[in-house]
Design a protein around this ligand. Structure first.
Ligand SMILES: [Zn+2]
Length: 346
């Protein structure tokens, strides 16, 4: 089956619209999830188990972190993403590998699909129609426009090929309901809401902010503003500094939101993909494989006994191991600030 045969239009999705929903991309995406729950048994089961999923909350330094026991994510958490393993398997994001029931919404060169193993509500996989490698160079603009078009109810994420993407060979983003996005609380809700409700402020707020968050146990760089080109240019400059002399993409995760105040992008510079406890044995093993959602404060744990063993100290340790150090991140942010925009593409 090719991508065109999988496209589902507004007419078919109409009966899944909720009363009062505007005909925008967010409503279409939510209707797609409802449609697929009914027509694709695997997805129906995925959402049923999401309803009964167990969670625990932890305070990790100044940050609230939610830990989720989600057995459905076992395959993704343990996925082999080294080059040899990826080359040896068939790509599971190409259209011909997807189940017959899987339908999507066309969005430019991308297809908006439902993630069959949801971590959060309305969990979407947003997949390029071509089998082209997962990379951020040249694709930040796509991430920003997705965040804008899906609107304030969603966040959009990008997992680097070496730190969270289980298909490093096929370009894709994800999006989820923004109802649970703990890292947002660390930004200071007061600060955001004061500008969000005022149309005049939002319009006149043609500024740009770049800063790092302190004391949330992992390194995160925040880009905030209402001009997409400015944000993209600064993200590219920061990525160029993080990449240094290497031609490879630096290890990163990105989360983007958009509302009346503009975009907020969270960049998590990483030191490693999986923490030591992932490879440990017996009582010391915690199978946690952090991607953007985990870095944003929702830690996914597929194994029951590992879920039981999590502590706040352990979470702090994991964040510290997989994050680039604060000193290094500060250095790169400073270096990016001194780079002219035109030299920022890596
Ligand atoms: Zn593919």
């Amino acid at each position: 089956m090719n991508w065109d045969e999988r496209i589902i239009g507004e007419r078919e999705l109409k009966e899944f619209f909720k009363d009062g929903d505007d005909r925008n991309l967010a409503s279409l995406a939510k209707a797609l999830v409802e449609h697929q729950k009914q027509t694709w048994p695997l997805l129906g089961e995925g959402y049923l188990s999401l309803e009964t999923i167990e969670t625990k909350q932890f305070q990790v330094r100044e940050s609230r972190v939610v830990v989720q026991h989600n057995p459905g994510r076992r395959r993704s958490t343990t996925a082999r993403v080294d080059r040899a393993s990826v080359e040896a398997r068939k790509c599971f994001l190409c259209s011909d590998a997807l189940p017959q029931e899987e339908k999507g919404i066309a969005y430019g060169d991308l297809m908006i699909l439902c993630n069959p193993f949801p971590v959060l509500d309305n969990h979407l996989s947003i997949v390029h129609r071509q089998h082209t490698e997962q990379k951020i160079a040249g694709n930040v603009e796509m991430l920003l426009s997705l965040a804008r078009d899906l609107g304030s109810e969603f966040f959009v994420l990008y997992n680097g090929p070496q730190c969270g993407a289980s298909a490093p060979d096929h370009l894709h983003f994800q999006a989820c309901s923004r109802k649970l996005l703990p890292i947002e609380n660390d930004l200071g809700a007061d600060d955001l809401s004061s500008t969000e409700d005022c149309a005049i402020c939002a319009e006149s707020r043609n500024n740009f902010e770049l800063f790092t968050l302190a004391d949330c146990a992992r390194s995160v760089v925040i880009f905030r503003g209402n001009r997409g080109e400015t944000i993209a240019a600064w993200i590219y400059k920061t990525l160029a500094s993080l990449a240094g002399d290497f031609s490879a993409e630096p290890m990163i995760n990105l989360i983007a939101t958009h509302d009346r105040a503009g975009w907020t992008v969270y960049l998590f510079p990483r030191a490693r993909h999986r923490p030591y406890c992932f490879y440990a044995e017996g009582e010391d093993q915690l199978m946690i494989s952090p991607g953007a959602i985990d870095m944003a404060g929702v830690i996914v744990v597929p194994e029951r006994d590992h879920f039981e063993r999590i502590t706040s100290e352990k979470l702090e340790e994991i964040f510290a191991e997989v994050s680039m150090s604060v000193e290094e991140v500060d250095f790169h942010v400073e270096q990016a600030s001194e780079t002219p925009v035109s030299e920022g593409l890596f």
